[in-house]
Design a protein around this ligand. Sequence first.
Ligand code: QAP
Ligand code: CO
Length: 168
Amino acid sequence: MALLEILEFPNPKLRTKAAQVETVDERVQAIVRDMLDTMYDASGVGLAATQVDIHEQIIVIDVSESRDEPQVFINPSIEIVDEEQFEYDEGCLSVPGFYEAVTRPKHVRVTALNEQGESFTIEPEGLLAVCIQHEMDHLQGKLFVDYVSNFKRNRIRNKLLKKQRTRA
Ligand code: QAP
Ligand code: CO
């Protein structure tokens, strides 16, 4: 088992746009395994490769209570199914200790490759829909704090910078 280091806001590497995965081979499967280990170790519900400084379109998610239902999304694409919105208090392993309400489309349709390179489509609602949208934002260099006010984002940034200084 290999744990990867999780980048923290405001690290500029979190702004990198991820490239498409060309082939789902053993190299990509090893990244998926390490990302799942890292997500479970950190008690996260989702992790995007961007957060572990790997700039490829790979996401792992587990929204189950029992922590034994991993879902893998490689090269995901998303469509909004209807205009209904949903508000959720989001957090992020890259923004530890902070939660803010974010509003996003409630119903989405997601097509991706699984860890075997097979295409699948799901229509999640609720927490899974929130989580996929949050993780897909990471692959574009976007963070949930980008949806909150400048005042709140700067306060989070300054508190995390202070914490990062005392740790380094
Ligand atoms: C994204 O976030 C997400 O602050 C995944 O101290 C979050 O796994 C999607 C975590 C909310 C939907 C709803 C955050 C762990 C985990 C923290 C996470 C922390 C420890 C966040
Ligand atoms: Co996140």
